[in-house]
Design a binder for this molecule. Structure first.
Ligand SMILES: NC(=O)c1ccc[n+]([C@@H]2O[C@H](COP(=O)([O-])OP(=O)(O)OC[C@H]3O[C@@H](n4cnc5c(N)ncnc54)[C@H](OP(=O)(O)O)[C@@H]3O)[C@@H](O)[C@H]2O)c1
Length: 400
């Protein structure tokens, strides 16, 4: 008798006792005693060591296929947000879509929380090009595995996983994912938090730890310091021993940025941030600027850098910066980079290392994840409107 195809809405039942091998480092760091069931672990197949979530014990069995099941299962329909044409938030349509069975190397995940990111706005507007139209947007989510593709030994229906990636499609109740882009979520982390961390947290990780390595004694400037990524950057940079200067648009956001470890907060809508940074640093400038605002801040960011400083432009919420002549960076022997998470979490190892560090920082209290806004999935258009109008702070999640 072979394995039966299973279609179970499993919220944490441990179905099989697994071979126990040593858990990966960040799980040891977190709540090791809870991770007592692991299937085999091999370098590239980390998803095999998904923890059984026995603590989430509500089990709703929908159906179990019989051995003799001959005909293919009926198409499964779910609700999703679809984009048929580029444009404003109104192009986000609430529709029924078919979610198929996972193929080799894939898993199907029922999303519990979906992260909204500014990159979703770039794609919606057509600034970044989606591979197809229509498409389901979204690059970050956390959910429960409902089916695994053939050959994925040890991957479990019922495991909680999170993902961030270029394969879009997270604005859906359920979606198919490449298994190697999903990471297991430690039981101590709430799905809403995980859905706010996979993209934003791993972005903060590569920016602070790899793109430019922040060290004690550095002074760093973080634009949009109260945003989803900005909030995490400020907390983490502070913990690394840097002096953190943050810019925000309102007094309310300034309060949050202070709480998140900014030693100095500049309200850049009212104050000239260049003059203020020079004043704060006694004209010495900063080692690095993390600039996700782009057009409105780019030139000023170059101006406040020290000799041999790092200009890290990682976004363009105000628009794309104007082209930069080489002479603009030659003036102080500056370094200029325009990095993307997708190039820093390109391999499975890089993804796991980044996610591990982020989860460990949440567990140890270094990072407090601010899930400040929650909308139902059908209200994605309103969430986009609020994000674009700078009404949000911290992370935004959609709940299916
Ligand atoms: N390169 C990468 O791999 C990567 C990965 C993740 C995110 N990102 C980038 O990181 C940035 C932050 O992403 P997020 O999702 O966390 O968004 P967010 O920071 O929560 O929201 C964007 C913020 O940008 C600020 N902003 C300044 N000028 C703006 C304008 N004209 N319109 C709208 N917002 C403006 C606003 O903060 P104030 O009101 O305080 O000005 C706003 O809240 C984005 O630019 C995103 O593209 C890049």
């Amino acid at each position: 008798m072979g394995l039966l195809p299973i279609s179970i809405q499993n919220r944490g039942l441990s179905l099989t006792p697994f071979l126990i091998t040593s858990p990966p480092p960040y799980f040891q760091l977190l709540s090791a005693p809870k991770f007592t069931h692991f299937s085999q672990i091999s370098g590239n197949n980390f998803i095999n060591c998904l923890p059984s979530r026995t603590q989430r014990s509500s089990v709703a069995v929908r159906s179990v296929a019989t051995e003799a099941a001959a005909s293919p299962p009926a198409a499964k329909m779910v609700k999703a947000i679809r984009i048929h044409e580029h444009g404003g938030p109104e192009v986000l349509k609430w529709e029924d879509v078919e979610v198929g069975e996972p193929k080799e190397g894939e898993i199907r995940v029922k999303n519990e929380a979906i992260g909204i990111n500014f990159i979703d706005v770039y794609y919606r507007k057509g600034l970044y090009k989606a591979a197809t139209l229509p498409y389901t947007p979204g690059v970050e989510a956390c959910g429960v595995v409902t089916a695994v593709g053939p050959g994925l030994t040890g991957r479990q229906v019922g495991d909680l996983v999170a993902y961030a990636g270029q394969q879009m499609g997270s604005y859906a109740q359920e979606q198919i994912l490449p298994a190697n882009r999903a990471v297991p979520v430690p039981p101590s982390i709430d799905p809403k938090v995980a859905a706010s961390l996979m993209l934003k947290g791993t972005t903060a990780q590569f920016l602070l730890r790899r793109c430019f390595k922040v060290e004690p004694g550095h002074t760093v400037l973080v634009h949009a310091a109260a945003g989803g990524v900005g909030s995490l950057l400020c907390q983490w940079a502070n913990a690394l021993g840097a002096t953190v200067i943050g810019t925000v648009s309102t007094k309310e956001k300034a309060v949050q940025a202070k709480e998140d470890g900014c030693h100095h907060v500049i309200i850049y809508k009212d104050e000239d941030f260049v003059a203020r940074v020079k004043e704060i640093t006694s004209n010495n400038g900063v080692e690095v600027v993390y600039d996700s605002v782009g057009k409105d801040t780019f030139e000023g960011s170059l101006e406040v850098l020290k000799l041999r400083g790092y200009m890290v432009n990682f976004g363009q919420s105000s628009g794309a910066p104007d082209p930069v002549p080489l002479s603009a960076i030659a003036a102080k022997s500056l370094f200029l980079t325009r990095p993307s998470l997708f190039h820093y979490a390109a391999t499975r190892e890089e993804l796991l290392e980044a996610a591990g560090e982020v989860f460990a920082n949440v567990a140890s209290g270094i990072l407090r994840v601010r899930v400040n806004h929650s909308y139902s999935l059908s209200e994605a258009a309103q969430a986009h409107t609020d994000l674009e109008n700078r009404k949000t702070s911290g992370s935004i999640v959609l709940i299916p």
